[in-house]
Ligand binder design. Structure first.
Ligand code: HEC
Length: 244
């Protein structure tokens, strides 16, 4: 290798190293994770200081209430209320209530204000835009039978007054969602559910299919290869008087 090539290589490496160093010096340090074993721990404290201010709080907003339908994605928000600061950051982790070291469901960032960070077998979602106090994202609950899910949220309100790491509004909250029943594919009901018919009489029981679209799908496809089929379309049982 010619000397000119070597010096170019050294120069490029130096530029790269400087970029990496400045990158870490001027942006926030590589993100803190939630504590795997003790998710209630405030892992921001130490680098950041501050206290919970009167009138301040942090909460996860659950638009469908404190229950989840297995596998059905929910759009959630992490929200900080602080009497003075207008900037902030959050860290949220979801764990199975019956095993808090286990991940519950999956988070998905829905915009550039939040990002999902792997933390061993745990997955945290964090703020990457600090110019707000509300962040929105998706959470897809675990499969049926997972039981209750605990959410552990850390919210830090930063900036003036104080600094980016000093005099912050420091808040923690936890919430528990209970498992609701899974949405059925379709259901059938009969009215009346049973019927006894006297000799010579007739009777009717109406079978209702919910949702109605299932009935249409079944009617449109009456052969055995169909995903859905209704056979026969109606049941008629009639005892005729005995011919004498
Ligand atoms: C290892 C130390 C360290 C940890 C742990 C840490 N931070 Fe920071 N954080 C910093 C430093 C240093 C800055 C300032 C970076 C700068 O000013 O460029 C900062 C900046 C921030 C900012 C931006 C402040 C502003 O107003 O621009 C927010 C918000 C923030 N951190 C939130 C958090 C939260 C929430 C946690 C915990 C989940 C956390 N940090 C954990 C060191 C840390």
């Amino acid at each position: 290798m010619k000397p000119i090539r070597i010096s170019m290589l050294v120069l490029c490496s130096a530029v790269l190293i400087i970029l990496v160093l400045f990158g870490t010096a001027f942006t926030r340090p590589s993100y803190t994770s939630s504590n795997v074993n003790t998710p209630t721990q405030d892992t921001c404290r130490g680098c950041h200081n501050g206290s919970a201010t009167a009138g301040g709080s942090t909460v996860v907003v659950f638009p469908s209430g404190l229950t989840y339908t297995p596998g059905v994605t929910q759009h959630l928000s992490a929200k900080i209320t602080d009497p003075t600061h207008t900037r902030g950051g959050y860290l949220l982790t979801a764990r199975l209530a019956n095993s808090v070291t286990s991940q519950a469901g999956t988070f998905t960032a829905t915009d550039t204000n939040s990002r999902v960070y792997p933390n061993g077998a745990i997955q945290d979602i964090d703020a990457v835009n600090f110019g707000t106090l509300t962040w929105n994202f998706d959470w897809t609950p675990p499969a049926a039978g997972s039981g209750s899910v605990n959410f552990y949220l850390i919210g830090y309100a930063t900036g003036a007054p104080g600094g980016s790491t000093n005099g912050n509004g420091a808040y923690l909250s936890t919430a528990t969602l209970t498992e609701g029943s899974a949405t059925p594919d379709f259901s059938l009901s009969a009215s009346p559910t049973s019927l006894s018919i006297a000799t010579g009489s007739s009777g009717t029981s109406t079978i209702t299919i919910t949702p109605k679209t299932v009935l249409r799908e079944a009617l449109l496809c009456p052969h055995p290869a169909c995903r859905l089929a209704l056979r026969p379309r109606s049941v008629q049982i009639q005892r005729r008087p005995q011919a004498s």
